[in-house]
Design a protein around this ligand. Structure first.
Ligand code: MG
Length: 281
């Protein structure tokens, strides 16, 4: 496959991606898929999705896990509710991630991804070791089926993420780099971060955002691609510099307004197509 096939983040019945029936309209070669609700995570459903994707000539490059009870309402709520970090739901969510990894395998996809949640910044912090252990369990489950686990960026600094990957110590643990999240969460300048973690990046999101006036305390704003503070040309040039050739997956997290989401994704495809030919020639 050519370098940087363009893709879109899509949903069946959960998550913030474009609706399933929009995929064929966009005529893109790849998608990432938000895992559907549990009743559709069986083998028969996965194989049916796989057939539909084959018919559309679309390849699913990652399946993202997400959980009931997660809320991105504000940053403190993310800390309490998202991913495998909250201790009280960790075991049941780990089981769900195993199911999602199996669903992904039946779909023919070698990559599972998630927002792990807010990992404490210091390796010595209370609870850190347990988060390392649950990540190792998930990596090992994925590894037993030759799958990778990608961590979505945003909630950690580049340095914190590198330290965590080192502590987990599993070769199939990689990064899904989302430059806008670094801005939205106020965790660091995304291009510097990408240069630091580049060796671990195996998938990316193309999403844009503007900084909050209180970074790390309140949200920045997600905006249409090219209109925020990421700097798309510099972002793509940095991806080239780190040797990344995988999909450019567009995320526009406004499923509440599908017409606008569809239109802005169309503009994002144009922008990425233009930048890709400018940079790759
Ligand atoms: Mg993202």
């Amino acid at each position: 496959m050519d370098s940087w096939p363009i893709g879109v983040f899509a949903s069946v019945d959960a998550g913030l991606g474009v609706a399933w029936d929009v995929i064929s309209e966009l005529k893109l070669p790849t998608i990432q898929l938000h895992a559907p609700h549990s009743e559709k995570r069986n083998r028969q459903a996965a194989e049916s999705f796989r057939t539909q994707l084959d018919d559309m000539q679309v390849r699913c490059t990652a399946v993202f896990g997400g959980f009931e009870g997660e809320s991105y309402a504000d940053i403190p709520t993310v800390v309490k509710t998202v991913g495998l970090v909250p201790a009280e739901s960790r075991e049941s969510r780990l089981k769900e991630m195993f199911e999602i990894a199996d669903f992904s395998r039946w779909l023919g996809c070698d990559t599972v991804a998630l927002h792990l949640g807010f990992i404490p910044h210091e390796a010595s912090a209370a609870g850190y070791e347990e988060i390392v252990q649950v990540t190792q369990q998930l990596c090992d489950h994925c590894g037993s089926h030759d799958q990778y686990l990608h961590l979505e960026t945003g909630q950690e600094t580049a340095g914190g993420l590198l330290e965590f990957i080192d502590q987990v110590g599993r070769d199939n643990l990689k990064i899904n780099f989302d430059p806008a999240n670094m801005i939205l969460y106020g965790t660091g300048e995304p291009i510097d971060a990408l240069e630091q973690v580049g060796a671990h990046v195996r998938s990316v999101h193309c999403k844009d955002g503007t900084w909050s006036d209180q970074p790390g305390e309140t949200w920045g704003a997600e905006v249409p691609l090219g209109q925020g503070d990421v700097g798309m040309e510099r972002y793509l040039r940095t991806l080239q510099q780190i040797g990344y050739t995988g999909p450019l997956t567009i995320e526009r997290e406004i499923p509440q307004d599908p017409a606008r989401q569809r239109a802005e994704i169309g503009q994002a495809i144009e922008l990425l197509t233009e930048l890709r030919s400018k940079i790759l020639g």
